[in-house]
Design a protein around this ligand. Structure first.
Ligand code: DLL
Length: 431
């Protein structure tokens, strides 16, 4: 059995890949220009026609698509096919107002399943696996995306959806689930509840997890691996592009982008110009094989770096660093840019602490300020006020040394911060 689901594309040499991408990109630019009035106007306003794209670098002359364009054209204004050709519609709730819609033709659904099968296969999932799918089923792309991918491999899928944690654990024991799909924070919630129930998680047949849909640090990955006794893999994606399946971690834990489907760029979010390879910036995607709603140069607001390094897994697909956060979530405290995930990494440097925390942002005068409330391990909290004060100061000093800002830290009692069943909410914005 091959270690790749689709070796043709996963290990294609760069020249052939790029000529494939160019062909699909040109096709897509024509597809949307002729079918979506929004793109016809946007291209005309920028003075570009589909045929002006003669090489991949020419893409930079085309207009961006932003979340507001999706809202303004809600629900189907950016759809490039008649609704009679649409066989599925997902949506993401977003934070405000109308949701973002994600329509698929049957060809789009097949491509999505293939990208998900590639993801899971790379992570060691095989037909004999029993996959417990604790991503939410429904409009959210996590549930059905993973369901289809595991189904394409031929696994037994257990569609538990998220929630009912004790039942998840019972089924996991009774069915002998070998693979778990969930957000990383829900995986932790499950592990913690199992410990409480006296279930020896490490003794269960569970061997692989595929986690995603929210930022998580490598420290969090190790914590999950230790607690569950599994390999914790990752999926990255967004509703606007297909859902999960845009990028996946390989056995080396590098996140490869399915760039034969989704063409990535990194731009400076302020100047909107492409950055040099290896530099951090905002991830911009163009869907080059979609039919129902291919978006051109979609600004994800996710911050990362692209790397065309050789990966020991043998895949030639470009890699991206773990997403440290969304541009929207970046806090500017005393002139320093801070992502919640950086705070997480610093808390996780202390073995006394649980990976549960809340960041409160508020205004003091004109300035933004933040405080951190972080949970101590059960036995640590009982050590008395003196010990807790010392710990609090040590964490605060560590944050100060690492990012140079003063952040008051409070140590919260074990289990006092609400546990997540989906995407965790870490930041309470009181501004
Ligand atoms: O979260 C799709 C998904 C489902 C991905 C299951 C992985 C697993 P949305 O709800 O549209 O779609 O949210 C997309 O979530 O722009 C990122 O900001 C964030 N995100 C997704 N995966 C990761 C990840 C799904 N692995 C938004 N690391 C994206 C960090 C992630 N952030």
């Amino acid at each position: 059995m091959s270690e790749y689901w689709d070796d043709r594309f996963e290990t294609m040499d760069l020249e052939r890949l790029q000529s494939f991408q160019l062909e699909k990109l040109q096709e897509t630019l024509r597809w949307v220009y002729e079918r979506v009035p929004f793109y016809k106007k946007a291209f005309d306003d920028k003075g570009v026609k589909p045929e002006d794209c003669r090489n991949l670098a020419d893409l930079r002359h085309y207009p961006f698509t932003v979340k507001n364009d999706l809202r303004d054209n809600y629900p189907f204004g950016l759809c490039a096919v008649p609704l009679s050709d649409v066989v599925r519609i997902h949506a993401s709730s977003g934070t405000t107002g109308k949701p973002i819609t994600g329509p698929y033709t049957s060809q789009d659904l097949e491509a999505w399943s293939a990208c998900m099968a590639r993801t899971l296969w790379a992570q060691g999932v095989r037909p004999e696996d029993i996959c417990q799918n604790a991503y939410g089923y429904g409009l959210f792309t996590g549930g059905l995306g993973f369901h289809q991918g595991a189904g394409a491999i031929g696994c037994a899928v257990v569609p538990t959806s998220s929630g009912l944690t004790e039942r998840q654990i019972m089924l996991m024991q009774d069915f002998g689930s070998t693979v778990l799909f969930a957000t990383p924070t829900y995986a932790l919630t499950i592990a913690e509840r199992a410990e409480k129930m006296g279930v020896a998680f490490r003794q269960l047949p569970l061997r692989i997890g595929c986690f995603g849909a929210e930022p998580w640090t490598s420290a969090m990955r190790k914590e999950i691996e230790d607690r569950m006794g599994i390999k914790a893999h990752e999926a990255y994606g967004l509703t606007e592009m297909m859902g999960p399946g845009v990028a996946f971690s390989c056995p080396e834990y590098h996140l490869h982008i399915n760039e034969d489907h989704i063409f990535p760029e990194i731009i400076d979010p302020i100047t909107e110009e492409p950055v040099e390879p290896g530099q951090q910036g905002e991830l911009v995607f163009t869907a080059i094989q979609r039919r129902a709603m291919p978006l051109i140069r979609y600004r994800t607001k996710d911050i990362t770096t692209l790397r065309r390094d050789k990966c020991a897994c043998g895949r030639t697909l470009i890699t991206m660093d773990k997403v440290t956060g969304r541009f929207d979530d970046m806090l500017i405290i005393s002139g320093v840019n801070v992502f919640p995930s950086q705070i997480e990494a610093m808390i996780m440097d202390f073995p006394e602490m649980e990976p549960h925390y809340l960041i409160r942002v508020f205004k003091k005068g004109y300035l933004d300020n933040l405080t951190v409330e972080a949970e101590a391990k059960e036995d640590v909290y009982g050590r008395g006020q003196g010990a807790l004060d010392e710990l609090r100061q040590k964490i605060s000093a560590h944050i100060h040394q690492t990012i140079g800002i003063n952040v008051p830290v409070t140590i919260a009692p074990f289990n006092s911060i609400a546990r997540s069943e989906g995407k965790a909410k870490r930041v309470i914005d009181e501004r």
